[in-house]
Design a protein around this ligand. Structure first.
Ligand SMILES: Cc1cc2nc3c(=O)[nH]c(=O)nc-3n(C[C@H](O)[C@H](O)[C@H](O)COP(=O)(O)OP(=O)(O)OC[C@H]3O[C@@H](n4cnc5c(N)ncnc54)[C@H](O)[C@@H]3O)c2cc1C
Length: 622
């Protein structure tokens, strides 16, 4: 019997073993494993200690963080990421940080009889999570921070996809564009035959714990295990109230293919990290930019500082312009003139970075404070912004738009309050300080924005943050895709109990492209969900805004600790991996709207071998 959906749609009740909320890269990796792909150590890792430990226990679903106990004594391994994530990272790509090549120490064995029934439900329009979101004014052709091989998922790499689509090998050491990565993730589920379980454009809410399971009120789904893979980048941090009038201005086009704006039409960009840099890089070269940023290179440097000028010329160039602006702001005119006459070659080369004449179209204002905003005229076309400089001088600038790019946050507003409270209580018990888990003005509010810090302390103990409730992906505090594998393998080890019993690499493995059977009853229920993706559930606004916040440090993504100063390691050579971190701005967070859902509850037991219907192809990222 079908139950009624919150939005009046007639959805079939569904019961699966596991629901993964979020359809980003980590959800796709976990789904791949839950389809019956068991990772085995294939040998040949040149870390002898690790090799001997794993040779005795090659089924990686049993991998323990203890296998990485000796890692801290080696310069080779990251000390920032979770040990289980570093472990799988070095097994998947043992040579990642030292040489080219695709050597791996992991073999995926396909054992469909061990598959666990599950659904991946995410609100991104295609598989890929935040990579599939509308970038707004940002240019989809901006290169990713990671090199291509660090973005690959199991069994069908981004290089495979490139070959498939373009008929030629992907060049080595390439930073693909955001568009290419989005297209790769969108194609991935079909390529490895997991698309039967991956649902996109589905926003779930009202997830509750019931006596023995979970119930997703918005879509009438019951499950024994709940995996949260909703990431920490869903919502852009909103400007503080004083800047709100600037968000009402008629939007100034900033896409790089927009008609050339007049030099007088300034865009105000606020932020000191990658989000702000991406906005500047996406703007037409003639667009005048007024860039306000925090400048504290000793205590809290911009994440852009870690960008080597050969590996990341565009970000290193912007950092240099910020630095020049900070020097100018505290140097007398005479000294500036002397300095200009001895301008280095590199400085000359950044003078026209990205085709922009930086001298005339970029004004950097370090550590300024906006003390007043006057919307100019009735048509909301422009505003006069009054800025107090660190010297106490006050200046005014006319701006036609604001891009507030100081960071992004995730949310758990899709959980019922009791379930949120349960997870929050656990997080506090691990962390000890609730104010550091959430922004100071929203602590203990279950709609509060969350960061990589929220569950980090708990994740260091277990990714099962509460009974049958797991986290993977950037929610664990390790945001890079390369570090998603460890968490997914670890969680899969708990969900696929029978698969952990396999001791040896099975010889009878079949290729992973074999798909499972698709029973009609669950298929029709899932197709109902596909027809009714959006129950009437209020969401955080804005839901899909642009202006991402990320950055990187040489060793690890530091989103879990925004207060930490950047690492002081020397810039890596261009061949190295450069993990990102969030923008180095103190966030101003505006409390968000609530959510609601249905009270209907139903159950319909489905054998673990049953699978929902295959997703219609054709998810194209434009
Ligand atoms: C601008 C930017 C650039 C980055 N560049 C890199 C890079 O170069 N290399 C790298 O390794 N990492 C990069 N990252 C880090 C990023 O965290 C990872 O690439 C990766 O996307 C994390 O995957 P995830 O599985 O945790 O989930 P995400 O990709 O964050 O996806 C989670 C999804 O869950 C959805 N969701 C949330 N709530 C619900 C709900 N209630 N119902 C349904 N769906 C929901 C969200 O809308 C989102 O689509 C970047 C991040 C940003 C923001």
């Amino acid at each position: 019997m079908n139950s009624s959906s919150p939005n009046g749609g007639n959805m079939g009740p569904i019961n699966v073993d596991t629901v993964i909320v979020g359809n980003g890269p980590s959800a796709l990796i976990l789904s791949y494993i839950l389809h019956g792909h068991v990772p085995f150590y294939a040998g040949n890792h040149d870390d002898r200690i690790l090799d001997s430990k794993l040779a005795a226990c090659p089924n990686l679903l049993n991998a323990k963080p203890e296998y990485a106990a000796h890692f801290p004594s080696s310069m080779r391994y990251s000390t920032q990421a979770l040990p289980i994530n570093v472990l799988l990272d070095t097994l998947i790509r043992p040579d990642a940080d030292t040489s080219l090549g695709t050597r791996t120490c992991v073999r995926w064995a396909y054992r469909p009889e061990l598959a666990v029934s599950h659904l991946v439900v995410g609100d991104a329009s295609c598989p890929g999570g935040q990579w599939e979101e509308d970038p707004g004014t940002l240019d989809m052709n901006i290169g990713t921070l990671s090199y291509a091989e660090m973005l690959s998922l199991p069994d069908y790499s981004i290089e495979d996809h490139h070959l498939q689509v373009y008929g030629e090998k992907m060049p080595e050491l390439i930073r693909p564009t955001r568009r290419e990565v989005a297209e790769y993730f969108a194609a991935y589920p079909a390529a490895v035959a997991i698309d039967d379980a991956v649902l996109s454009s589905i926003h779930v809410s009202d997830i509750r714990r019931t006596s023995e399971s979970f119930y997703i009120g918005s879509h009438g789904i019951s499950c024994k295990n709940l995996v949260l893979a909703t990431g920490i980048f869903t919502n852009k941090i909103l400007p503080p109230p004083r800047l709100q009038p600037l968000t009402m201005l008629n939007k100034t086009p900033v896409a790089s293919d927009a008609p050339n704006p007049s030099p007088e039409e300034a865009l105000l960009v606020i932020g000191s990290g990658f989000g702000a840099a991406d906005v500047i890089l996406s703007a037409p070269p003639t667009q005048k930019i007024i860039h306000m940023f925090k400048w504290n290179p000793e205590a809290r440097p911009s994440p852009l500082k870690a960008c080597h000028h050969q590996a990341y010329p565009e970000y290193a160039g912007i950092y240099r312009h910020m630095k020049l602006a900070s020097i100018s702001s505290r140097t007398s005119i005479n000294a500036q003139t002397r300095r200009n006459s001895t301008m280095s070659n590199r400085r000359k080369s950044i003078a026209m970075l990205g085709g922009r004449d930086w001298k005339t179209t970029y004004e950097g204002i370090p550590n300024g404070e906006i003390i007043n905003v006057d919307v100019d005229g009735e048509d909301n076309r422009a505003a006069i912004v009054t800025i107090k400089l660190p010297s106490e001088a006050v200046i005014e600038r006319r701006v036609l738009g604001l891009q507030y790019a100081v960071g992004r946050r995730g949310t758990l507003d899709y959980l019922s309050k009791p379930l949120f409270d349960e997870l929050f209580a656990k997080a506090i018990s691990h962390h000890g300080n609730e104010k550091q888990l959430f922004s100071h003005d929203s602590a203990a509010n279950y709609q509060a924005p969350i960061s990589g810090d929220t569950f980090r302390a708990g994740a260091e103990k277990s990714l099962e943050i509460a009974p049958n409730t797991f986290i993977i992906g950037s929610l664990t505090g390790d945001s890079l895709i390369r570090y998603s594998y460890g968490g997914c393998v670890s969680v899969a080890g708990k969900l696929m109990k029978s698969a952990t019993q396999i001791l040896e690499t099975p010889e009878d493995s079949v290729p992973s492209s074999v798909s499972q059977s698709e029973p009609q009853s669950l298929s029709s229920s899932v197709s109902d969900i596909r027809r009714h993706p959006h129950p009437e559930t209020p969401r955080l606004e804005p839901v899909k805004t642009s202006g991402p916040a990320h950055g990187f440090v040489p060793e690890a993504w530091q989103s879990r600790d925004e207060q930490s100063p950047i690492q002081t390691k020397a810039p890596p050579p261009p061949t190295s991996q450069h993990p990102p971190t969030e923008d180095g701005e103190s966030p101003v967070i505006v409390p968000s709207a609530g959510n609601a859902g249905a009270d209907t509850e139903s159950s319909h037991n489905v054998p673990t071998s049953w699978w929902p219907q295959r997703q219609a192809p054709g998810c194209v990222v434009s």
